[in-house]
Design a protein around this ligand. Sequence first.
Ligand code: 5AD
Ligand code: SF4
Length: 468
Amino acid sequence: MANNITYKEFSDEKNYTALASEVMSVRARGEVPLACIRTYGCQQNVADSEKIKGMLSDMGFGFTENAEDADFILFNTCAVREHAEDRVFGNVGALKNIKRKYPSVLIGLCGCMMEQKHVTERLYKSFPFVGLVFGTHSLHKFPELFYNSITSGKRIYETGVDDKTVYEGIPTRRDGTFKGWLPIMYGCNNFCTYCIVPHTRGRERSRKLEDVVSEAKEMIEAGYKDITLLGQNVNSYGKNLEEKVTFAQLLSEIDKIEGDYWIRFMTSHPKDCSKELIDVIARSKHVSSHLHLPFQSGNDRVLKAMNRSYNREKYLDIVNYAKEKIPDLSLTTDIIVGFPGETYEEFLDTVSLIKEVEFASLFTFIYSPREGTPAAKMPDPYTHEEKTKWFAELLKAQEPISAKHCAKMVGKIYRVLVDGKNDKEDLLTARTSGNIIVEFPGDESLIGQFANVKITESKNWILRGELV
Ligand code: 5AD
Ligand code: SF4
């Protein structure tokens, strides 16, 4: 059972925020101390960075995109695939010059990579200019860790903590003003054999329903119009709470909040995605018609080796039910190509599944071995080159499907949320409830607002339209 503690209760013991603020007011190079926060990886990391920025704001920090100007540089890292890891090591190496030029700058690293022993050992040995390292379980202690590293002159490493507490009330400084992330749970219990997340983020723990609902209310009152509920497997929300509650119940509670807004959620796991949940989406007023439901592989043997706990038939069953119940449903998915031992014939089952389901779009990955996961020890006879060819074949197969999905929307009117501008073509950019991109001419004052747009043209996976 997870404990719940408020951040305030925890941080008031010794007010490190005020202490750090005092030190930084003297130590800053400019008028106010500046922080440069770079976030790698998934939305959970983005949400964590928003909390770190909230805590830094309370310490009097301003923010900059330019590492050269910063008094504090922090990389929030991702461990899901090798590529992300390599990028982090490369980019940290490049900070050495900044530290040499401005010795008072503090360089820190946090996030999933910092929960891997081989990573922190390498950092400790090869990157002595990194002064602060903390893992995903120590976010709430950030003011204390930060204060200790700027005052002790020692390198502070806080990793490998296994904390099952949910810390409520950590200040959040959101990047967006009308689109926002709302974590509803942390960690994962699924142990898919390829995945590092349960090892870096620990066991699943849910926030209490009333805490999530009240944060959603605050966001809606503050003008957020597109709120994404976050969790590694939102469908198992509530399982560890004292008062048993399901994700479907949470969604219907949030849906009752007055206002003009959309609710999205990610990520769903097919094994726990219930028909009850689909019914709630279909009945709801605010839940968007977008379902991100990763299937990873279309082949039952591979799914079993991945420890995914569903098969192709069960996946199709829930997807077909969702298609039947939710009009204009936009389905997206995650796929891994080249899981250890996957044959070309087995890969073709993935291709046939995307043709059968007709997803709006795919998030596709070539398998990347992660140290400490069971799949990393499985025989992996196919070369990266072969897997890259299969990967290209998959993308090619999806192209006409995405195009068809968009072409079907031409001539219809959709409600969209305007989210920015395509300066090159002087068009506004927006998203439908199904998360499809629409571009159309209009005034910039519409950014952050809902609008009705008639779709006039489809260009592969992007739509063009006009205001109605
Ligand atoms: N290799 C490749 N892709 C992976 N993913 C997770 N772990 C790995 C890995 N080791 C993908 C899965 C998951 C998405 C977030 O990242 O498809 O759904
Ligand atoms: Fe990783 Fe599987 Fe958990 Fe997703 S459900 S975070 S893929 S272990």
